[in-house]
Design a protein around this ligand. Structure first.
Ligand code: ATP
Length: 432
């Protein structure tokens, strides 16, 4: 009797018989021996079948099977004779559930457009599978860390009446008799209200940005985790961000070693990134960049190349803190030491990972915030509810947002963000 199990659990069946359901990834034959690469979503295993050991019927079924056919396979699980921690299945029984004819993704090289057009199938390849697994591990690590630190998940709305940071990068949708609604760019303002109830909270969901950035780091729909905490100021905000990112690194190294190997990620570099993060003020960063030959001017945002230069030679991620107020949103708190700067940070990952987090202490004073809203020419009526959060028990508070796909891109060491989300949405792509 073959017990049904998953490939990941097969080592427990060493020396015994087991049955798995999955897909045929690849097949090679060497005369009367056939080697089948099988996958079931939990892992990968090689099945070996010797013609003389199975009935003609089973042998014929194996010969007929094709790449990506769904199959049911049973046999004895054995330790690989040479490789440590590798197991094989000596196939005794084999059944095709559905025969896949002419699977479009062959083993030859395909261009990115072809693969993206076939994203629904491309997801099955080993590398894409590994990225999906690491993406899931990062989500788990974030949830775990935040709960450890006393945050609870409070979801913010996706249809919003106004922008968090200006309307130029918003997608609008018709909304019944109320005019237009905008798809959320960040749940931050709503979380700032929710901390009045629960103290520390976060949301984790899709956000939408209509920015025309055609880079390897921008999507139009991406997943963001925004966290917000009452009675937390700038220093503690940075500590929370560092703690979370280091927890992500450790969790992925511990639970995704096979996936990181598939992606050929240098895990030594990841291990080294789990060390105290460096810090530069915006002023120091600009000075350093100019010394390194960048033509960035004071008051400008950092470009991709600038972020690369700032982390060059650094093992751990780098915080760039305290930016000029006029290039940052109205809600950021002014630095009491220098009122032309705000108490914010961008966290720049190592190995060309670029910015993965943006955070700040928020302005908690209602009158000051009201002034800023007016200065920015925003409609005060739209923000009355937000101002209420300061009028009734306003308190120092801070928060930050991490772009999930940016974190996935960095941990996986993949070049393009479009591989870091199951079905990417970019300026030029909406399908499949
Ligand atoms: P960038 O300067 O890289 O465009 P940003 O300063 O606009 O990013 P924030 O508004 O601070 O980013 O958003 C918080 C985080 O969300 C960023 O640190 C990043 O990880 C992620 N993020 C922002 N825009 C995008 C995007 N278009 N695609 C994917 N992730 C993004």
């Amino acid at each position: 009797m073959f017990m049904k199990t998953f490939i990941k659990d097969l080592p427990r069946f060493a020396g015994q018989e087991a049955r798995i359901s999955g897909w045929l990834y690849n097949k090679r034959s060497s005369g009367p021996i056939m080697f089948l690469e099988l996958r079931d979503g939990t892992g990968w295993i090689q099945g070996v079948v010797v013609k003389k050991d199975v009935s003609d019927e089973i042998w014929d079924e194996i010969v007929k099977s094709t790449q990506e056919s769904s199959v049911e396979v049973a046999g004895k699980v054995e330790k690989h004779p040479k490789k440590e921690n590798v197991f094989e299945m000596q196939i005794a029984d084999f059944k095709i559930i559905q025969l896949a004819v002419d699977y479009p993704i062959a083993k030859k090289e395909h261009g990115p457009d072809f693969l993206l057009d076939h994203r629904h199938l491309w997801l099955r390849s080993q590398k894409q599978w590994a990225i999906l697994k690491i993406r899931d591990a990062i989500i788990t690590a974030i949830n775990e860390y935040l709960h450890q630190e006393g945050f609870i998940k409070v979801d913010s709305p996706i249809f919003t009446p106004n922008a968090c940071e200006g309307t130029t990068t918003l997608f609008s949708v018709p909304y019944f008799d109320l005019g237009s609604a905008y798809l959320s760019q960040s749940g931050q303002l709503y979380l700032e209200a929710a901390i009045g109830s629960v103290g520390r909270c976060y949301d984790f969901g899709p956000v939408f940005r209509a920015e025309k950035s055609k880079t390897k780091r921008h999507l139009t729909e991406f997943w963001m985790m925004d966290a917000e905490a009452a009675f937390v100021e700038h220093e503690e905000n940075l500590k929370l961000q560092e703690g979370m990112v280091r927890h992500i690194i450790r969790h992925c190294l511990k639970s995704c070693s096979m996936e990181l190997t598939i992606l050929e990620r240098d895990t030594e570099k990841l291990k080294k990134a789990d060390a105290p993060f460096l810090r530069l003020s915006y002023d120091e960063a600009i000075k350093k960049l100019n010394e390194l030959g960048s033509d960035i001017k004071y008051g400008e945002d950092l470009g991709n190349d600038d972020e690369g230069l700032l982390t060059q030679g650094s093992d751990a991620p780098v915080f760039i803190e305290k930016w000029p107020k006029n290039i940052k949103p109205f809600y950021m708190k002014r630095d009491p030491q220098n009122s032309s700067m705000v108490l914010n940070d961008d966290l720049i990952a190592t190995d060309g990972g670029g910015e993965i987090i943006g955070g700040s202490q928020r302005e908690e004073n209602a009158a000051e915030l009201e002034k800023r809203i007016e200065e920015e020419g925003m409609n005060k009526d739209d923000y009355e509810w937000y101002l209420d959060t300061r009028r009734y028990g306003g308190a120092p508070h801070s928060g930050f947002g991490i772009g999930l796909e940016r974190a996935v891109r960095w941990i996986c060491g993949v070049e393009h963000i479009r591989e870091c989300i199951p079905f990417p949405r970019t300026i030029g792509r909406l399908k499949p």
